[in-house]
Design a protein around this ligand. Structure first.
Ligand code: ME8
Ligand code: MG
Length: 507
């Protein structure tokens, strides 16, 4: 038991959310709920990134003031969090006046320490990436598409002495092999640190960009959006009790914003401020659609809300956790979503719960019988539990679910093999039937507890059917060996958890 502070990236409020955003929130939420289930005091931040050129330009195009524009888009992300049952403690918005004041305080601190200086620079500037780029970034003499329009620009700006911290940062990454997960991402960071680090331009002239945090020491400039955005993790780290939770235990982010933002800029900012570094970064891959990254700029986005409307939040949460191995890319198709809904949820978990509750109702007047539980099934449950805990501990949620579903599948086979409907025909088999029903009840309770971080509502619905309280905070501590028997518990009525749904017309 301890405390656990985790964050997601904060999403650009220049459009509504898509599947990639929803995935990241669910992943962080599953980790948060799992940590609570082992007794941790969890603090969880998510939110929206509301300053910068992208926002200013999108607002202009939409004929809105930037403030109106971010209010509308941020509301869409907040609504998504509600719909997905995300259990964050605070929804961060970088236009929050408290955040703005803290960022200005930090800039002043770095300026006073001589870590921010002014210099003239001439070079190529990517409008889409909001950063200067060099010819090294060109491929076959052209700028890669990700840079959008590239223009020549000469201006005076303020720079943060990133180069000063390269050695310290490298030593940190080398000393902490698990600082970045999966490990192959850490290798990318080390390779990046092999080259000399340039200093970071942290200002934009007001003439070019007005929608940002004014520099406290020069009103002619606003703060570079990444400096402002990264700061959120610490500026919002004060919890409901007024305790400062920094450093974060875990930043959950996508692979596109690891280098340089989270692995270079952010730790160097913290080193400059004399603050501790986050304990770990979990870097997930991309949801793709027919092999291309799903993104607002490409327009090939899947709307998570339409899937939630049709299949429910839990089915959505299950699918994205089961289908994507954390750290790797995955392709999204509605057909695959639908197939998992039917096979994994309907035919496996739903069927197991439904058969168990129906048979206890039918054969034992809705009371779970006293019984000698099946040893092989208990053993299988123990193995599933250990695999689940170990996988959840390393954030490999898809594999944790795989272990649970292997067990659920096995429990269904156990029903088929023991054929309780045959046992029920002869009172001489009463003990054998009790053993099957008692074993199944315990199997269902185990699955109910273990799926709760991923499917909180379903766990609650199973608890109602099984006639037990939805468990919070004691799953691991109670342990499987010492947990009480369910004998004597009165079960509720059997209700299908995942009713059949027609596959949506792909048009
Ligand atoms: O980058 N699949 O915001 P963002 C999976 N504001 N994840 C995806 C994805 C996809 N197709 N597309 C985006 C930003 N993401 C900044 C972050 S943090 C201080 C500032 C993930 O709205 C992406 O990797 O472009 C990132 O982690 C998050 O969604 C927000 O992306
Ligand atoms: Mg992005």
């Amino acid at each position: 038991m301890g405390t656990f502070f985790l964050t997601t990236a904060i999403d650009y409020a220049n459009a509504g959310p898509h599947l990639g955003h929803a995935y990241e929130k669910v992943l962080a939420d599953v980790i948060a709920r799992h940590r609570r289930s082992v007794g941790d005091d969890v603090f969880f931040l998510t939110g929206t990134d509301e300053h910068g050129q992208k926002i200013q330009q999108s607002a202009e195009r939409a004929g809105r003031s930037p403030r109106e524009f971010v209010n509308e888009n941020s509301a869409l992300f907040q609504d998504l969090c509600r719909r997905l049952e995300i259990s964050h403690n605070r929804f961060v918005r970088t236009t929050d006046p408290g955040h703005v004041a803290k960022v200005q305080g930090w800039l002043q601190q770095l300026f006073d320490a001589g870590l921010i200086y002014k210099a003239e620079y001439e070079g190529f500037y990517s409008v889409r990436q909001e950063q200067f780029v060099t010819e090294k970034e060109m491929v076959d003499g052209v700028w890669p598409e990700i840079y959008g329009e590239v223009v020549r620009l000469s201006e005076a700006n303020y720079y943060f002495k990133l180069s000063e911290f390269a050695g310290k940062l490298k030593a940190h990454v080398e000393k902490h092999p698990d600082w970045i997960l999966p490990r192959f991402r850490r290798d990318d960071v080390l390779r990046f640190l092999d080259r000399p680090l340039g200093d970071l331009c942290i200002s934009r002239p007001v003439a070019r960009l007005s929608w940002g945090i004014p520099l406290p020491f020069d009103a002619g400039y606003v703060t570079y959006v990444w400096f402002d955005a990264l700061a959120n993790y610490a500026t919002f780290a004060t919890d409901e009790q007024g305790m400062d939770r920094w450093p974060a235990d875990l930043h959950v982010i996508g692979k596109d914003i690891l280098i340089p933002a989270h692995a270079i800029y952010w730790p160097c900012m913290l080193l400059g401020l004399g603050l501790p570094l986050p304990r770990q970064l979990l870097v997930h891959g991309w949801w793709q659609s027919e092999g291309a990254k799903m993104s607002k700029s490409t327009g090939n986005v899947v709307d998570p809300l339409s899937l939630i409307d049709r299949y429910g939040a839990d089915a959505f949460r299950y699918f994205v956790m089961r289908e994507m191995h954390v750290g790797y890319d995955a392709d999204f198709t509605v057909a695959q979503f639908h197939a998992r809904y039917q096979a994994d949820l309907g035919n496996t978990l739903g069927n197991l719960v439904n058969r168990t509750i129906s048979m206890i109702n039918r054969y034992r007047e809705a009371v779970i019988p006293e019984a000698q539980l099946d040893g092989a099934m208990l053993q299988a449950r123990q193995e599933a539990f250990l695999e689940y805990e170990s996988r959840m501990g390393s954030f490999e949620v898809s594999f944790a679910l795989e272990a649970l579903w292997k067990f659920a599948y096995r429990a269904n086979q156990y029903v088929d093999q023991t054929a309780p409907w045959k046992l029920a025909k002869d009172p001489a088999n009463a003990d054998a039937l009790n053993a099957v029903l008692g074993t199944l009840a315990v199997a269902v309770r185990f699955l109910m507890d273990a799926i709760a971080p991923v499917m909180p509502s379903t766990a609650g619905r199973i608890a109602l059917q099984l006639g037990v309280p939805a468990r919070t905070g004691s799953f691991v501590l109670v342990g499987l060996e010492t947990e009480g028997s369910l004998a004597g518990t009165k079960v509720g009525a059997a209700e299908p958890l995942f009713p059949r749904i027609e596959l949506a017309d792909p048009s």
